[in-house]
Ligand binder design. Structure first.
Ligand code: C5P
Length: 304
């Protein structure tokens, strides 16, 4: 998360994430799944601007990447970004205001670059940026622990974006964060097929697994620079997501023809990424994948 502060006005850059590793361990009695994941932030950002509003009103205006209003046709139909009270930005602002027992207002603008329903956690990152941004703008002085407690109420991925480093092992339902350092930035190509997937639907169709690598073993392999093409790229949600959405299988097949170090679906999909040896290779892989017209293609580095 990056900041630019002026008087009465704060800009926050909220990054996307990918899951380099995601293992679903079991189903819990509260309906969520116990998991173990390695998440890393990317150099792909939504931009949020917060202006103090002394009248006490909380308002949100969303713009898509093309600069149009969210209510106008977007380049990514049929997924439409809501700027109503269900948007996680407004939910985070209301939650923060209630918790801090203040009657402050803000005019918030959200410029959306992170694709929706993509497994890149754009909405969760926007929510975390709102908690941190308004805590600063309104001088509330809430501690990081207090922000974490609010983040967990908003969604399982929100806490990760409060991590002081750009990478973490996430446990529990995703909200328990162990910040980590990766040895070097990763060069990724991310493909977002035109269709999206509901996170809840993918989780409902997944089969938990106890076999295979742990997150620690995965990290050990990554730190030692081992890059076998095989099994250590794992996401338990990938098989059910592919059953639900054939676009993902097409993208996976396309990546398997590319000279990448590994490839995997992120989160509950539908985004899919390949890890490249260096940026030059990422650019050429992206060029070939663009020619296959599989969806939006991004060349991005991890931010660690
Ligand atoms: O926490 P979040 O709102 O992102 O989760 C969306 C949905 O994904 C949940 O309602 C739940 O159905 C599913 N989920 C899950 N186990 C998790 C995280 C999410 O089953 N650890």
């Amino acid at each position: 998360m990056l900041f630019r502060q002026q008087h009465h006005h704060l800009t926050v850059f909220a990054p996307a994430k990918v899951n380099l590793f995601l293992k679903i361990l079991g189903k819990r009695t509260d309906g969520f799944h116990e998991l173990e994941s390695v998440m890393v932030t990317l150099g792909l950002y939504d931009t949020l601007e917060f202006r103090d509003d002394p009248s006490g009103n909380l308002t949100l205006e969303c713009r898509d990447t093309a600069g149009g209003l969210a209510s106008a046709p977007t380049p990514r139909p049929p997924l439409v970004l809501s700027s109503g009270p269900d948007n996680l930005v407004l939910r985070a602002a209301v939650l923060l205001r209630e918790y801090a027992k203040v009657n402050r207002g803000a005019a918030i603008t959200l410029a959306k670059r992170i694709p929706l329903a993509a497994g890149l956690a754009g909405g969760s990152s926007d929510a975390a940026a709102t908690l941190v941004g308004l805590n600063r703008l309104w001088n509330l002085g809430l501690s990081l622990n207090e922000l974490h407690a609010l983040a967990a109420k908003l969604g399982s991925d929100v806490n990760f974006f409060l991590s002081p480093t750009g990478a973490a092992i996430c446990r529990g339902r995703g909200e328990q964060i162990e910040p980590i350092q990766l040895p070097r930035p990763l060069h990724l190509v991310v493909v977002k097929p035109p269709s999206g997937l509901s996170t809840a639907l993918v989780f409902r169709h997944c089969q938990p697994t106890q076999v295979g690598l742990s997150a620690e073993e995965f990290l050990d392999a990554l730190r030692k620079g081992r890059h076998p093409l095989g099994d250590w790229w794992h996401n338990t949600l990938q098989a059910p997501a592919m059953e639900l959405n054939p676009d993902i299988r097409r993208v996976a097949r396309a990546f398997s023809r590319q000279p990448v170090l590994g490839h995997l679906m992120s989160g509950s999909g539908t985004s899919y990424f390949g890890v490249c040896a260096h940026r030059r290779q990422a650019m050429s892989v992206a060029g070939r994948l663009r020619a296959e017209r599989l969806g939006e293609v991004f060349v991005v580095g991890s931010r660690v």
